[in-house]
Ligand binder design. Structure first.
Ligand code: ME8
Length: 519
């Protein structure tokens, strides 16, 4: 069996409901996963929920529930969220599942047995809010700690530590030698800058159960639970282990199963900018300690704001992706988040910007092109495709070439722009060739045939290119074209796929125009 292309997202804390940032991250990972499948690759796409730790425990207590009952209830929100987004995931991991917890325990045992962990006493300060140990070096010039840490209290405590220090030079070497490891380059430079200017301290990877018991107990010392980040990062390999991935299984324990999937190393791990240190510093060192290869690429996206401000429950300006999807449709949401925010940059959601794009680019741009192309073919040619003609072949071929290349470079926004250039070109072609005038002149019948073929064939190519981004819309375009397959292979973008005499179906508006919702 050959290795699958393995894509992951961060696993989300289930201390609240999914918001725009979560939706965004999952959509870009899904675009990458679908595009790889369109290229003919076998893909495994994983997401899930991060259920241990202080944040979740506190949220459960605030609701008067046990953490497990609280997580079980939220799983009923988070798992269906992936369906609402039409994600092509192959698995959804919850870190409270036994397949994960037992593997995390086996990994801890292994790291302990091989001397990668040791026990020591910590003396310093602790932020319960961020679950972070702090020292005097972390104080601001005025002597206080950054307000994001919340209340910071002095702490003396025994814990287990994972050795990071001695891997610092190796990690700098790896990142330097593999420029594609962290995308985009700006984030890579930040990580390198951090590693070159700061001495890594070993990482405290446990919490005493007496202080925090909502975690995975250490197999060799049940008075401690695993630090939530150590537990969470491991999901990327505990799931492959559960699917019998031979390399991971033998690094952890036991023998691989017969129908093993080959997944690790991940090809793309999509994460947000706030968790780069965990993924680009701790995670590689953990993998090295286990003798496993590093992921091929970390794709680091920026953060969304709403109306120029950080989204926060307290200010009530959180964008609820489900509300947007219910009102405007999933593909409008997927379209806006990918178009508005290049991977890496920060972005700003405004309702007016969303609605403007919906009307200008989806309703007037794509929707109008498909609707009028199909309507004219039905009106003037009984819905039958004429013989192949190639006026737009060059533009379509160029759009396909450039969109596919850009997706491969994680430049999803630019890929959408390349696709929209073809939509604009085709809409301009309608204006230039004026098929409604040609239809009035019998002498222009063969020219009208050519124009109509160019238009419907462009719609077909567009559906193929749009599939990773707007899968529902792409499938509807194919159905309206009377095609019975899905547009899920890029090979089908080759010009000339529509055969003469093929009968299309009935056009229906893809993005109905609508008034702004009442405020
Ligand atoms: O960090 N804009 O979970 P999380 C864009 N459990 N992305 C955002 C965002 C925003 N406003 N807010 C959050 C965690 N995200 C850990 C991950 S992985 C082993 C453990 C992104 O629910 C954030 O950057 O706080 C992260 O990638 C993801 O949502 C989950 O965030």
């Amino acid at each position: 069996m050959s290795k699958r292309f393995y894509v992951t997202t961060a696993i989300d804390y289930v201390n609240g409901e999914p918001h725009l940032g979560h939706g965004y991250e999952k959509v870009i990972a899904d675009v990458i996963a679908r595009a790889r499948r369109s290229l003919g690759e076998d893909v495994f796409f994983l997401t899930g929920s991060d259920e241990h730790g202080q944040k979740v425990q506190q949220a459960a207590i605030a609701k008067g529930k046990t953490p497990q009952a609280f997580c079980d209830e939220l799983a009923l929100v988070w798992k269906p969220f992936t369906e609402k987004l039409n994600l092509t995931i192959n698995d959804f991991v919850r870190t409270t599942e036994p397949r994960h917890t037992t593997a995390v325990q086996a990994i801890f045992q292994r790291l302990w047995d091989t001397g990668h962990c040791y026990k020591a006493t910590y003396e310093g300060f602790y932020s319960a809010k961020e679950e972070t140990f702090l020292t005097d070096k972390d104080r601001l010039p005025d002597g206080t700690f950054d307000p994001t840490y919340g209340e910071v209290l002095p702490l003396v405590e025994e814990n287990y530590y994972f050795r990071l220090k001695e891997q610092q030079e190796w990690l700098i070497g790896h990142i330097t030698a593999n420029p594609e490891f962290i995308y985009p380059p700006q984030r890579r430079n930040e990580v390198l800058g951090f590693l070159k200017n700061n001495a890594l301290a070993d990482l405290c990877v446990t919490r005493p159960s007496a202080r925090l018991n909502w975690g995975i107990p250490l197999p060799f010392d049940p008075a401690y639970v695993a630090y939530v980040w150590f537990d969470a990062l491991l999901n990327y390999i505990t799931v492959p282990a559960a699917h019998g991935d031979a390399a991971v299984v033998s690094a952890i324990h036991g023998a691989p199963s017969a129908e093993a999937l080959e997944l690790w190393p991940a090809d793309v791990q999509v994460i947000g900018k706030d968790i780069v240190k965990f993924h680009a510093v701790y995670w590689p060192i953990m993998l090295k300690a286990l003798g496993l290869p590093l992921p091929k690429q970390l794709v680091v996206h920026g953060w969304w704001q709403k109306d120029g401000q950080r989204m926060s429950k307290s200010t009530g300006n959180v964008v609820d992706p489900l509300a947007v999807i219910n009102e405007w449709g999933l593909d409008a949401f997927r379209y806006y988040v990918v178009w508005e925010l290049d991977i890496g940059a920060d972005g700003n959601w405004t309702d007016s910007g969303f609605q403007a794009r919906y009307h200008a680019e989806l309703a007037n741009g794509l929707g109008n092109l498909v609707n009028r192309s199909l309507s004219m073919l039905r009106r003037y040619r009984d819905g039958r495709a004429p013989a192949r003609a190639d006026d737009l072949a060059g533009a379509a071929t160029e759009a396909a070439r450039s969109a596919i290349a850009l997706i491969g470079e994680n430049r999803l926004q630019a890929a959408l722009q390349a696709i929209w250039a073809l939509i604009d070109r085709a809409n301009q072609y309608v204006e230039q060739t004026a098929p409604f005038k040609l239809a009035k002149d019998p002498a222009q019948a063969s020219r009208l045939d050519e124009v109509l073929y160019n238009l419907v064939e462009t719609c077909r190519v567009l559906a193929v290119l749009l599939w990773p981004f707007l899968p529902g819309t792409a499938a509807r375009i194919f159905a309206q074209l009377g095609l019975t397959t899905l547009p899920d292979r890029f090979a089908a973008a080759a010009w000339g796929g529509l055969t003469q005499g093929h009968v299309i179906g009935a056009p229906e508006p893809l993005f109905p125009r609508r008034d702004a919702p009442a405020k």
